[in-house]
Design a protein around this ligand. Structure first.
Ligand code: SAM
Length: 277
């Protein structure tokens, strides 16, 4: 019988966050695939777990995946861990998980620490729709391009960021998104954990290029162009009325007001009749 691939999240700071089920799984499998064998060995030592380790990191994950699938097919169960948090979330793992599915291997994902989930929950920002953007590009031009792509996404935006880029990324966020509400969670589950909230311009004042720690940046959902136009609907109605009072026909007044608002005539008509009036 084939083995099972277990995805095992490990603590992002506080060792108390390794769940009893994760400990049990790490004890029971035949092999643990990990980013850094020395790092994972320390974790295993802390919990008194004896296991065989094999390295699985960004530079060998394609080739290792095939090797690990052969082990799984031979009946050995494998646990996949990364240095911290949930494997495959901005960490190595995707090729192995995909290869396991392709080979018909059972994949079991243990819920556990993931920095972006903890940060989103602590942000106080909307959770009905969340976009996780992973790491922003390090080069300023590419970063702004990515942020522009994200600007219209109707969801709270979550990004991972390194300490030496947090200040520059906040400045780019302000330039691209405007002064939205935001939150920064630093050092989650560690001694100096903090979550700061405010406008992006408030947060910029608190972090400079010498900032330290690990960061998750959460940005409030922006208003879509339609939502902004909807907010301006009373103005649109007033403008149409004023143009009609100046002698324009209702059709001409609507056309002119729509042009001034930068939207199509049909969109202006829809917005003005949004309440069924
Ligand atoms: N797989 C991990 C997870 O599930 O969150 C993410 C790994 S990614 C290589 C590392 C990034 O996650 C850091 O640069 C930081 O943005 C975020 N991160 C990890 N641990 C964190 C912590 N304790 N507090 C805040 N952010 C953290």
């Amino acid at each position: 019988m084939a083995g099972t691939l277990y995805i095992v999240p490990t603590p992002i700071g506080n060792l108390g966050d390794l769940s009893p089920r994760a400990v049990e799984t790490l004890r029971s499998v035949g092999l643990i695939a990990c980013e850094d064998t020395r790092h994972t060995q320390k974790l295993l030592n802390h919990f008194g777990i004896k296991a065989e380790l094999i390295s699985y990191h960004e530079h060998n994950e394609q080739q290792r995946s095939a090797e690990l699938v052969r082990k799984l097919e031979s009946g050995i169960s494998v646990a996949l861990v990364s240095d911290a948090g949930t494997p495959a979330i901005s960490d190595p793992g995707v090729p192995l998980v995909r290869a396991a599915h392709d080979a018909g291997i059972q994949v079991i994902s243990l819920p556990g620490p993931a920095a972006f989930v903890a940060a989103e929950a602590a942000s106080g920002l909307g959770t009905d729709a969340i976009f996780f953007g992973g790491f922003l590009p390090s080069r300023p031009g590419q970063r702004r391009k990515r942020l522009r792509e994200c600007a219209e996404i109707p969801a709270t935006l979550v990004f991972y960021e390194s300490p030496h880029r947090i200040a520059a990324s906040l400045a780019d966020c302000l330039a691209v998104f405007g002064d939205r509400q935001a939150s920064i969670s630093r050092e989650l589950s560690k001694l100096h954990e903090e979550t700061l909230t405010g406008k992006i311009s408030d947060l910029i004042k608190k972090f400079d290029a010498k900032a330290k720690g690990e960061f998750v940046l959460v940005i409030d959902r922006g208003k879509s162009k339609t939502a902004m136009a909807e907010k301006d609907t009373p103005d649109l109605k007033e403008r149409v009325n004023a143009l009609e009072a100046e002698g324009l026909s209702p059709r001409e007044a609507l056309k002119k007001a729509a042009k001034e608002a930068g939207i199509s005539r049909s969109e202006a008509y829809r917005l003005m009749h949004i309440d069924g009036e």
